[in-house]
Design a protein around this ligand. Sequence first.
Ligand SMILES: Nc1ncnc2c1ncn2[C@@H]1O[C@H](COP(=O)(O)OP(=O)(O)OP(=O)(O)O)[C@@H](O)[C@H]1O
Length: 753
Amino acid sequence: MLKPQKSTVASRRQQAVCVRRAHKKYGPRNNPNIILDGLNMTVPKGAIYGLLGASGCGKTTLLSCIVGRRRLNSGEIWVLGGRPGGPGSGVPGPRIGYMPQEIALFGEFSIRETMIYFGWIAGMATKVVDVRIDFLVNLLQLPNPTRQVKNLSGGQQRRVSLAAALLHSPELLILDEPTVGVDPVLRQGIWDHLVEITKGGRTTVIITTHYIDETKQANIIGLMRGGRFLAEEPPADLIQRYAADSLEDVFLKLSVLQNLGKRRRSSILADVVERVEIPALPDPSADIEEAEIGEISGEFGDNVSMSSKGRTIVTETHATIEALPPEEKQNRAFIERIKPMKLHHMEALIWKNFWSLFRNYGLLTFIIGLPLSQMILFCLAIGHYPLELPIGVVNYEVGPNNTNVLCHYNKNTCPQDPETWEWNLTRFSCTYLDYLSKRQHNLIPFPSKAVALAEAARGKARVVLVFPANFSSSLQDRVRDARHADNYTLASSEIEVHLDDTDKQMEWMLNRDIQLSLMDATEHLTDICNLPRRMLSVPVHFNKPIFGLEVPNFTDFAGPGVILTIIFFLAVALTSGAMLQERNEGILERSLVSGITGTEILFSHVIVQMLVMGVQTVTVLLIGFLVFKLTLEGSLVWVVILTLMNGLCGMTFGFVVSCICDTERTATYLALGSFLPMMLLCGIIWPVEGMHRVLQWISYVLPLTKSTESLRSMLQRGWSIEVPTVYSGFISTVVWIVVYLTVSILLIKFKKG
Ligand SMILES: Nc1ncnc2c1ncn2[C@@H]1O[C@H](COP(=O)(O)OP(=O)(O)OP(=O)(O)O)[C@@H](O)[C@H]1O
């Protein structure tokens, strides 16, 4: 049965796994951490292959390259006859069962639900899964399948993880330390099962473990050190050849031999070498043979390792070459790389996403509570007119001893002589202050201008109004004969205003109230004198606004932007959080190895998050329009659609964030880093037209700018979808969704270790 075999592509594809001249390094070019250094590995079909090596030697890295989750820097990998990720290899896909080193399970799920998820991905029917669960519970002594994974012990969780890999009886099982934390009897049981399933030759197992001696039951073991294999042979052969008591002993001797091949770099190494008894090499010539000899010495000989170099150790080969999957075309079309979605994958993913969200009550409260509270806070806190601003009043017209701001004046008698039409205006400051007090309620009297200004300087008043002693008579003189009014008359007919201008909004509001109160007072005069109302007013008349309210409302202005920002950034946070959690717990990796594609993951999240966003949108809009009566002039349907589309846009941005960032912390920084500029630039708090020209251009291409303007136009102007301002918001959102989705699909597809 054992005979040399020339190493050809066909013979490599015949193996379950075949790795040739694998080089893999991490870190920067100038200081690389070399993990695989020209490693060769051959795993024949139907074998149990024990992958051994010290912690950190690169076992997990090698396995993740085999399952297609990392890429080699150079070298070749063949898995089940094809390249990982290529047609025919079955990797990723259900032909492989992968148990990663991390637990990689959903804590919120029960054991049964976990199995159903992985079973559905593998295309199994629920009934078949249930039968397998019974078997695996027995084999691995699992607790009741209804128990939640998060409530299991670490060892039990590992066994559930192993069960998930064994569930669909794959052709190739890759198990990264499955027996950690498992008691010896159960460990033996697991090994017996592995021996059993590999008997027929259909199943191949690659297993890493720290318990070297348990790999005695393996058909072949690969001893990994320094980025290569020291040996790749049946364990019994190794023990016999090296006259060792155990595999650990063999490993130690081979390590020393490997060190001998290098320069003695330290006295410590020298000491080790001297103390260990080194066996005579089986074939001294092996030491001087070139590494390339392996290429012609058979599949096993491909492995230029300490023990196999130069010897014709071959694996059992099949007499006839099995029908092989088609050769991989090197330049597959781009569209072929982005595989279409499979129904059973989508079913499993949507089911999983739905339950992992709705089982987490804390998260659920956050999802609903946050938009609700944000909208309530916004509507209560932002945009309301302050009515209690402290206004200092110095009224010399009524005398310095008058402590009452609202002084007496004749409210009902016209101060105009009906015969001569001469005005006899008195205490007009009191009329004015009466009307001002209707707009601003906190008028504070001060005895003198100096005192008032000093108090305002200490923050006691936002504005100081000073009325000269003969204010009314001077005003009357000015109006009657403006042409002959001297400077003194002009000065004493004016209300002196000293504003605290630190707050733009306040300044604008006080300015407005001060001006409008004068209009109110003059209109009062015309009313009691039966004159046309606007006769004494400034000759500018503001008619009913074309759009919006008579008293502009900042809540209405900022509302559309705030609604979209809440929905957009909640979607960013939820999506990136969910994706990163999935990735960092290893679940994403496991799902991808099972054959799930990045596109399927994205779209399954889109579907479940759309449901969440629907609830959030309804909540926010109900609070805004029904409770706080925000203006709604346009079509509610289009308003809802635009809001949902923005949520979708936020979700796709969340995908990009989770693809770029490796940890939740960096994702938070990126999300925050984008939130603040978007808030500032998308016209929520200040009109885009008032920005620097360069910023205006930046602002127009941001995802929230056009949509905010579009929503504002629908809500306040009542514009319909045909108006360019409105539909450009929809177009901009769609374009951003496409951009973000494309970027995230490409990142998922091409960003591998
Ligand atoms: N993504 C990464 N970036 C940089 N270095 C990494 C990365 N992943 C692993 N390494 C490094 O590569 C080396 C090999 O790691 P790997 O996890 O493959 O070892 P291992 O043999 O599986 O270890 P263990 O038995 O402890 O699980 C380690 O030094 C590790 O620090």
